[in-house]
Design a protein around this ligand. Structure first.
Ligand SMILES: [Zn+2]
Ligand SMILES: [Zn+2]
Length: 353
């Protein structure tokens, strides 16, 4: 191929990517500016299946290439967004991909049904689509649309009223206050997804260390936990809104993906909330940063000064903290002792649930 031909071809690819990028950006904004990686891949896959695609075209789509293409498209979009001081960032959910995919599974099935519904016209059968979708790996990565310049208060003010912002700040304050009170691990905690994720991570670590997969591994169990979550009764005592108003507002915050609601009806800051408000949180509160990635840890593991861990006694003697994956990295590659206090990291730590 001549140089000119090559140039035309790459310009063609760029034009196609430009258009795909515009649709993907719209899709991301439609999802309140935060979207799991597997959904973005499914969306990209759907965009490739223009009218008249055959099953052959479909099979030609390759997962590895699709992944690389998504990265390239997002890079291209970011070059343009940069001029407007916006960016699409890729962030990891602090919980592992198994837990995250248990949230996204239902939504993926719904999306697949929708794809199937409108595919009557072309020759693609449901089976072909489902097979392809099964190759989309569960992922704990999210694409987040962020404004690089605005201070978050100004940005919030375009979405929420002064009263709502005040209420949101109170709720966050309650969450932070809650986290200073260590509690004893009891049976209700066993079903907590973060607890389970930490247990899985530790048994994976012990199994790798022992090298013997047949034997039952001994997973350390710790006795205390802290939590940034608040219940709805607690939330209703915010003094800014009535309890009915608060409930409506909490629903809005969850729909906008600032907060999440657990199966037990407790509320916490969701990935988008924690990501967008990280500077506010750091400036306003003395929050623990992860010893490995230096980001705020709202769920994970805490090394605490154990002498102050009497239940109901507030403690400020927090030592170090980690996200679950960061902790695994730390004990595997760095040390099994806390770098600050020398505590044995497998013996007695505190869960951040
Ligand atoms: Zn971390
Ligand atoms: Zn420590």
């Amino acid at each position: 191929m001549s140089d000119v031909g090559m140039e035309n071809r790459s310009r063609g690819v760029e034009l196609v990517r430009d258009e795909l990028g515009r649709y993907l950006l719209q899709y991301l904004l439609f999802c309140q500016g935060i979207c799991n990686e597997s959904f973005m891949l499914l969306a990209l896959m759907r965009l490739h299946l223009t009218d008249g695609s055959s099953s052959d075209d479909f099979y030609r789509l390759n997962m590895v290439e699709l992944n690389a293409e998504l990265d390239a498209i997002i890079d291209l979009v970011n070059v343009k967004l940069d001029k407007l001081k916006f960016k699409i960032c890729k962030v990891s959910h602090p919980l592992g991909k198994d837990e995250v995919s248990s949230y996204t599974k239902d939504d993926i099935e719904k999306l697949l049904l929708a794809i199937n519904d409108d595919s009557d016209e072309d020759t693609l059968s449901k089976d072909v689509i489902l097979e392809f979708a099964s190759q989309v790996q569960a992922s704990n990565k999210y694409y987040v649309y962020v404004n690089l310049e605005s201070d978050k208060e100004t940005e919030l003010a375009t979405t929420y009223t002064v009263k709502e912002i005040e209420c949101m700040k109170r709720l966050i304050k309650m969450m932070v206050n809650n986290s200073t009170r260590p509690r004893e691990v009891d049976t209700t905690v066993r079903a907590n997804p973060v607890f389970k994720e930490i247990k899985n991570m530790l048994s994976r670590y012990e199994r790798d260390r022992g090298g013997d997969t047949e034997e039952e591994v001994n997973v350390p169990m710790w006795t205390s936990y802290i939590s940034y979550q608040i219940g709805s009764t607690e939330a209703a005592s915010n003094m800014v809104m009535t309890s009915t108003e608060t409930q409506v507002f909490l629903n809005t915050l969850c729909a906008d993906k600032w907060f999440y609601r657990t199966r037990n009806g407790r509320y916490g800051l969701d990935l988008k909330g924690a990501f967008e408000l990280q500077e506010y949180l750091r400036d306003t509160y003395e929050l623990q940063l992860c010893s490995v990635c230096k980001q705020i840890v709202l769920q994970g593991i805490l090394c605490n000064d154990n002498t102050s861990l009497a239940p109901d006694k507030p403690t400020t003697a927090k030592c170090n903290s980690w996200h679950i994956d960061c902790f695994h990295h730390y004990i595997t590659h760095i040390s099994q002792q806390c770098e600050t206090c020398g505590n044995n990291l497998l013996e007695n730590l505190t869960y951040i649930l």
